[in-house]
Design a protein around this ligand. Structure first.
Ligand code: GLC
Length: 419
């Protein structure tokens, strides 16, 4: 089988979703700039248009808040048919933004873009460094509790309706949410998206933080949801390592501070270890309890630079039970749903992180399985937002930016296959 036509199709998807200075995840369903989608887009662009890759990250950081937060959505234009739009978030910023962040992978991607062309990228990397450092500082100050990286809204994790949030969401009062019209389900089937009850809870949490004026201390103290997420923890830890590398490359004096974050986060990562199940688990910080979720985020340990043999048997078992890697939750769960968003489907961009991490930590065979499986699902079923790991059914949006980016960087036979 040849794959060259897919290389070209992937580049075309990035061009089609390019809005000049930022890339939409896909037109229609997601008409704005999303934080970690953009970081993946930059990685994808770096394979054929290095300048455009830098522009993507520069646009993202141009909307950084004064306190260092880089928002999860930037509303560059008015799209009245999107919900919840800028008026709902109520953030006073130009252009308007959401009020939460998203997985901090930009430092990792900035390093990858730089390494794809060092001569062209040095000044651009230099230009981004302070913004990256301030964002990482913000995370350490605003989102770390007991050494663990936490989310205050499921949307911040990037895994919107994962089971990790269920026990906390059960305490979210939705009585004041009122009537609203969802827009996502006019683009995509209901059974591929979060339920109505979950959507009410997302909105109630959004209103709660908005009505606190997005004040971090108040949210930390009073929000019904605070969940320590191994996915966020491992991605931040990985990004710290890449930021440290960048600081060294640019001769910046901030290395000791970043190294301190790395050391503390490596040490605290063990708190995510759930002895009962023998895996990295999320923690409902309000209840002080594990959430009993073996998810794709549990497998980000290698990506974070942790040499973890204990997770290998889980991955082998799970890969043996599905056609395509890596399901977003353990298929052995009774509530596993192969087509519903983060409750079963595989996400190619998560595969790229898990696969690259495995390769870096020396698990070559498993890494290759993840990479070849990602190649197969895209070749068989196209550039969907996510896919069924059971039969590959393409789900959610189509013509999707990060799936195309991951094809070019990780899954294609022409791709480097990692960072
Ligand atoms: C969904 C995903 C999130 C992503 C966004 C845009 O909300 O769960 O991770 O950033 O779509 O693609």
């Amino acid at each position: 089988m040849t794959y060259e036509h897919l290389d070209e199709e992937a580049r075309q998807i990035l061009r089609d979703n390019d809005r000049g200075i930022y890339t939409v995840p896909t037109s229609g369903l997601y008409p704005y700039q999303w934080n970690w989608d953009s970081a993946f887009a930059a990685w994808g662009f770096s394979t054929f248009d290095n300048n455009r890759a830098w522009v993507e990250l520069e646009t993202l950081f141009a909307s950084q808040w004064e306190d260092g937060m880089v928002p999860h959505i930037i509303f560059h234009r008015q799209v009245p048919e999107y919900f919840p739009g800028p008026d709902v978030w109520g953030v006073d910023h130009t252009p308007p933004t959401s009020g939460i962040s998203q997985p901090p992978i930009a430092a990792t991607m900035a390093r990858a873009v730089y390494e794809s062309d060092k001569a062209a990228g040095r000044a651009r990397l230099e230009g981004l460094f302070e913004g990256l450092l301030n964002w990482h500082r913000w995370f350490m100050q605003a989102r770390i509790t007991d050494g663990l990286c936490c989310v205050t809204h499921p949307w911040e994790s990037g895994r919107d309706n994962a089971p990790d949030w269920d026990s906390s969401m059960a305490n979210v009062d939705t009585s004041m949410v009122g009537e609203y019209k969802r827009r996502d389900t006019s683009h995509v089937n209901n059974d591929m998206r979060p339920t109505k009850q979950q959507y009410d809870q997302y909105l109630a949490l959004l209103y709660f933080s908005r009505d606190c004026g997005w004040d971090i201390d108040t949210i930390n103290e009073k929000s019904p949801l605070r969940v320590a997420d191994p996915g966020m923890h491992f991605m931040l830890l990985r990004a710290h390592r890449d930021l440290l590398w960048v600081a060294g490359e640019l001769g910046k004096p901030d290395g000791a501070e970043i190294q301190g974050w790395i050391d503390s986060m490596v040490e605290s990562a063990e708190k995510f270890w759930n002895e009962d199940g023998g895996y990295y688990d999320s923690i409902n910080m309000r209840a002080g309890e594990f959430t009993h979720t073996l998810s794709c985020a549990s497998f980000y340990c290698w990506y974070a630079g942790i040499d973890e043999t204990r997770m290998v048997p889980h991955l082998e078992r799970i890969l043996g039970s599905v056609k395509y890697p890596v399901p977003s939750v353990d298929p052995a769960r009774p509530d596993f749903d192969h087509i519903r968003y983060w409750r079963g489907p595989l996400w190619c961009m998560a595969n790229s992180q898990i696969g690259a991490g495995l390769a870096e930590m020396g698990y070559a065979e498993l890494a290759e399985k993840v990479r070849l499986g990602t190649r197969a699902v895209i070749a068989d079923q196209g550039f969907a937002e996510y896919h069924s790991p059971v039969d590959g059914t393409p789900a959610g949006g189509q013509h999707f930016t990060w799936t195309a980016a991951v094809w070019l960087t990780f899954a294609s036979p022409q791709a480097k296959g990692g960072f």
